[in-house]
Write a protein that binds this ligand. Structure first.
Ligand code: E4P
Length: 221
């Protein structure tokens, strides 16, 4: 399973990229707003992220409402850098736009996926990535991991990863990441704080402390 980082924060992206295990970035308007960015700077910001990622896929979300606007904005975003993927929330208009964008060679990440039919419709329209959400199910006291399992099984039944890859999204905890991996998700997109938590385990931290102490003893001997 590949790790993407789910943020628009340049420092977080730089740090996570330096770890060597991050294979892409996903952003959304909320994540961009959290950086303090203004609408007028949005495209420049996406260019900076795309440069930091050196060819790895970077999802930039369109806020267009009609099919024509989605196609126009999608083409403009994709032209910013070769590694930009256009992120569209699933709806009738975005499915139609995805079909056209795919024909134009633009990759689409279809987001806000909460059901098997939505995921299959997105893949069928030509979405390069589908993003089922986990945490938002948990927020309404439903089992997001169970929903993810169904979507992965359905997509894997009909599509290969070179057609459509699954990005497990709205992940909040290392356990969400572990479950996405066990279920066979192609990708997990993880916020910086959760990714940082994934680095740690109490036994690793204790082992590192013991290692330091042992080396101190060896040096003093
Ligand atoms: C990623 O593509 C999504 O925008 C993101 O994972 C949503 O996460 P949230 O449910 O924590 O907002």
């Amino acid at each position: 399973m590949k790790f993407f980082i789910d943020t628009a924060n340049l420092e977080e992206i730089k740090t996570a990229m330096s770890w060597g295990c991050v294979a892409g970035v996903t952003t959304n308007p909320t994540l961009y707003a959290r950086t303090g960015g203004k609408l007028a700077d949005f495209e420049n910001h996406m260019v900076h992220i795309a440069e930091l990622c050196e060819g790895l896929p970077v999802s930039a979300e369109s806020t267009a409402k009609t099919v024509d606007e989605m196609i126009e904005e999608g083409k403009r975003l994709a032209a910013l850098a070769p590694n930009i993927v256009v992120k569209l929330p699933i709806c009738a208009e975005s499915l139609a736009a995805t079909k056209v964008l795919k024909q134009e060679g633009v990759d689409v990440n279809m987001t806000l996926i909460f059901s098997i039919p939505q995921a299959l419709m997105a893949a069928s329209a030509g979405a390069r990535y589908v993003s089922p959400f986990v945490g938002r199910f948990d927020d309404i006291a439903e089992d997001g991991v169970e929903q993810l399992a169904g979507i992965i099984e359905a997509i894997k039944t009909y599509y290969t990863p070179d057609q459509t890859e699954i990005i497990a999204a709205s992940l909040r905890t290392p356990n969400h990441v572990a479950q996405a991996a066990l279920l066979g998700s192609d990708i997990a997109t993880v916020p910086y704080a959760a990714l940082e938590k994934c680095l740690h385990h109490p036994l690793t931290d204790r082992g590192l402390e013991a290692f330091e102490l042992d080396w101190k003893k060896v040096q003093e001997a």
